[in-house]
Design a protein around this ligand. Structure first.
Ligand code: CMP
Length: 227
């Protein structure tokens, strides 16, 4: 168990600077946990303080009104961390985290995490870089919500999710129209209508579950108004 956990941790960028001994100490302290699709891993307001590393699957970080409306702040996959804010600052948890598919996590206690950080400036730096990346993404999300119309938000999100594949830009991950709607503060029906418009205008094309994105798709605040 520990060797395989060691291998897993070694391949996570955050832990790549750790010595073998530290990796072993860290891996001994982790507990693996499995969550079914839709399982709630943590809730906003929980007074817990462990850190989670995704070893397989995918989760979404969500804020909700309680009345069924939600906004997705981020979707995270293999080798990514979450729940780092409470151990570094203090509880409560800042958001809900929900499994989008069957997901396996390693749970790391606050004490082990803080001890490891205290001995590893490189690890502290990587945590800061990760937090800065999340702040940059949050800034972009605020910009989209405040300054772009819904067409522009759909376009920008598709461009951000798309990855080069065989010379094309492809959104390959399983993304429901409801997920996309929850990322941009729109209704599923609106997203469906915009998909039809973008498809008729030749900006996107569907191939099974994949969305092929035309690089000319306008996804910047200034051009969003033209859409
Ligand atoms: P914590 O507040 O401990 O628990 C909820 C977690 O959701 C939080 O730590 C972060 O790991 C994650 N989280 C909160 N806000 C964001 C965001 N804007 N982008 C990515 N992850 C986030």
């Amino acid at each position: 168990m520990n060797t395989s956990v060691n291998d897993l941790l070694e391949n996570v960028p955050l832990f790549s600077g750790l010595q073998d001994e530290e990796l072993t100490t860290m891996s001994r302290a982790t507990v693996a946990k499995n969550f079914a699709k839709h399982a709630i891993i943590m809730r906003e307001g929980d007074k817990t303080d462990a850190l989670y590393l995704i070893t397989s699957g995918k989760v979404k970080v969500v804020l909700s009104t309680g009345g069924g409306k939600e906004v997705i702040l981020a979707m995270l996959g293999k080798s990514e961390l979450f729940g780092e804010m409470s151990p570094l600052d203090q509880p409560p948890r800042s958001a809900d985290v929900v499994a989008m598919e069957p997901t396996q996590l390693l749970v790391i206690s606050k004490t082990d995490f803080i001890n490891c950080l205290a001995h590893n400036p490189q690890m502290a730096l990587k945590i800061m870089q990760g937090l800065i990346q999340r702040l940059r993404n949050a800034d972009r999300q605020i910009q989209s919500l405040a300054l772009m119309n819904i067409y522009g938000r759909v376009a920008r999100t598709l461009l951000e999710l798309a990855k080069p594949e065989g010379g094309r830009l492809v959104v390959g991950e399983k993304l429901s129209q409801q997920d996309l709607a929850d990322m941009i503060g729109a209704s599923r029906e609106m997203v469906s209508r915009i998909f039809k418009d973008l498809s008729h205008s030749g900006y996107i094309r569907f191939e099974g579950r994949k969305i092929i994105v035309n690089e000319g798709l306008p996804g910047k605040p200034a051009s969003a108004a033209k859409l």
